[in-house]
Design a protein around this ligand. Structure first.
Ligand SMILES: [Cu+2]
Length: 161
C-alpha cells in the first residue's frame, strides 16, 4: 500500500514539477526545518507530555526522546518555513521546496492535487497556475500535525477592490 502510494506520488511529480526556466509570475522558496532542543534532566526535568498526550508522536511531527545515560533529553518538531504562502489568483507560481532536514516523501497541496517529494539537500520545484482562490493546506503526511503550511490564493476580485 505504501509503495503503491509512493509510485503514484512519483508519477505526479513528473507532471507537476518542471525544470527551471519556466516563465512564472512569482517564485517562493520554502524550506523543511527540524527544530531540536537538547536539555539536561538536571536543568529541566523530562516533562510528562507523553503521559498527558499519548498520541503526540503518532503523526511524526513531534518527537520526545527521554533522558539518555548522561541525563540529556530532546524535543524535536518539523515545519515548513514560511508557514503561510500568499499568491494572487491567476498567477503562474513556482514553489521551490528546499530540503534541509528530513525526507518528506508524501508532500501535497490540498485543493490543487499536487503531490511531490522533498529530500535533504534537494530542490523540488512545483509550478502551477493559482486558478482556485482560497486557503489550502501544504501537508507533509509524514510529519503531522506540525508540518502543515497554508497556501492563501487571494481572489482576483480582492485585488481590484
Ligand atoms: Cu515531513
Amino acid at each position: 500500500m505504501r509503495n503503491a502510494f509512493h509510485l503514484a506520488a512519483a508519477a505526479l511529480v513528473a507532471i507537476s514539477v518542471s525544470a527551471q526556466g519556466d516563465s512564472v509570475d512569482r517564485i517562493i522558496t520554502i524550506t523543511s526545518v527540524e527544530y531540536e532542543m537538547r536539555r539536561s534532566q538536571e536543568r529541566t526535568p523530562f516533562p510528562d507530555t507523553l503521559e498527558t498526550y499519548p498520541d503526540l508522536e503518532a503523526g511524526g511531527g513531534y518527537r520526545l526522546t527521554p533522558p539518555d545515560n548522561t541525563g540529556e533529553w530532546r524535543a524535536r518538531s518539523y515545519q515548513w518555513a514560511p508557514g503561510v504562502i500568499v499568491v494572487n489568483e491567476g498567477e503562474r507560481v513556482a514553489l521551490e521546496f528546499f530540503g534541509i532536514n528530513g525526507d518528506h516523501h508524501s508532500t501535497l497541496i490540498e485543493g490543487y492535487d499536487l503531490e511531490f517529494v522533498v529530500r535533504r539537500g534537494e530542490l523540488t520545484r512545483v509550478v502551477f497556475t493559482a486558478d482556485k482562490p482560497g486557503l489550502f493546506n501544504v501537508i507533509c503526511a509524514e510529519h503531522q500535525p506540525s508540518m502543515t503550511a497554508q497556501l492563501l490564493v487571494q481572489p482576483a476580485s480582492a485585488k481590484e477592490s
